[in-house]
Design a binder for this molecule. Structure first.
Ligand SMILES: C[S@@+](CC[C@H](N)C(=O)[O-])C[C@H]1O[C@@H](n2cnc3c(N)ncnc32)[C@H](O)[C@@H]1O
Length: 332
């Protein structure tokens, strides 16, 4: 008889069954999350702040009967909720559909008794996917700045929430891991590539675009979210949390691996300066080699300077986290 629980590590199941699944675990969201545990300065000993854990607590996982996760990506949030004692129904929605069957398969394999579903849908219009007043808890984590019409995401969240239902909306600030964008920009420029904001059309490279304009979509950072939510008649803001802290990445092999993975994960978004085309595998390979030579030297030199500046025993490379979330209640 087949064992209910697979003795294999779920990641192994994923590798064997879904080769395409690899892509989402190497995506930007996953890479970026790996830097946040470096939030503890070397002279402190405490658990690092984890914004996803904090957001999950506001959804009251022990008592919530259903959570809808809009912009679920690799479904990371269902694992957090589950770890926090959530026994209800979980629905993850993302506009990118190709990996969702694999995400669902993995979730069911990992937690066979957990009611988890993943569905494809556009957060700006979920009418065909989720009914009105259909949940008491919803989250849109690091989603609103990805969509052309973030106000519609808020309207849809309001629509699907029951009266007085709780929603969590998180976003990034302009200084969030800004240095990784700077590094990616340097890598791209040195290899004939640029970010779309610097390339209005192929062959027309616009010099001097501020890095904040490249790293953050033009809307729905912290300030814009605050303004929209506090002025909205659809929601009452119950709580806000703004994280603005340095990240102390130990300058060793694993620290550089985590940092360089974020830089690398940004490069597929660049375009060839002359043709406007996305980088091909050979281009990415050339850029990776630039990271290993030039960016690594910058990373370790900068870490040594930080060591001296702060009188530390070991070198640390300093990045920065600037992100926020808002807990809202649907007014109906
Ligand atoms: C930065 S990731 C955030 C992932 C996850 N919520 C987290 O907190 O790590 C943004 C996700 O939003 C998804 N997304 C972008 N536009 C969307 C839309 N219009 N509707 C639904 N999902 C969308 C992307 O495919 C991606 O998975």
């Amino acid at each position: 008889m087949e064992a209910r629980y697979s003795p294999q590590h779920p990641d192994e199941v994923r590798r064997q069954s879904f080769s395409q699944y690899e892509s989402i675990w190497h995506g930007y969201a996953d890479a970026r999350r790996a830097l946040y545990p470096y939030e503890v300065p070397p002279w402190e000993s405490r658990e690092p702040y984890n914004i996803w854990f904090d957001m999950a607590d506001h959804l009251e996982p022990k008592v919530a009967s259903k959570v809808i996760d809009i912009g679920t990506n690799d479904g990371y949030f269902h694992r957090i909720l589950r770890d926090k004692g959530f026994q209800g129904e979980f629905i993850g929605i993302d506009i990118e559909g190709k990996d969702l069957p694999a995400v669902e398969h993995l979730a069911n394999r990992r937690f066979p008794d957990f009611n988890v579903r993943f569905m494809q849908g556009d957060a700006q219009n979920l009418k065909n996917v989720i009914g009105t007043n259909s949940t008491s808890r919803a989250i849109a984590a690091f989603l609103t700045y990805h969509v052309p019409m973030p106000g519609r995401v808020l309207s849809e969240m309001h629509r699907i929430l029951e009266p007085d239902g709780i929603g969590v909306i998180s976003t990034r600030g302009v200084t969030n891991q800004l240095d990784t964008w700077q590094a990616a920009q340097l890598v791209a420029h040195n290899n004939g590539f640029a970010f779309p904001q610097e390339l209005p059309s192929p062959g027309q490279f616009k010099k001097g675009v501020p890095i904040e304009n490249i790293s953050v979509y033009s809307h729905f950072g912290i300030k814009q979210s605050q303004d929209a939510l506090y002025q909205s008649r659809k929601f009452k803001v119950l709580h806000e949390h703004i994280q603005d802290s340095d990240l102390w990445i130990k300058a060793d092999e694993s620290g550089f691996f985590d940092y360089s993975r974020v830089v690398e994960s940004l490069l597929p978004y660049t375009r060839n300066i002359s043709s406007g085309e996305s980088p091909k595998e050979a281009d990415l390979e050339a850029m990776r080699s630039f990271i290993n030579q030039v960016i690594s030297s910058y990373f370790f030199t900068s870490a040594e300077k930080t060591r001296q500046e702060y009188g530390l025993d070991e070198p640390y490379y300093k990045s920065h986290a600037n992100q926020a979330f808002f807990v809202v209640q649907a007014v109906k």
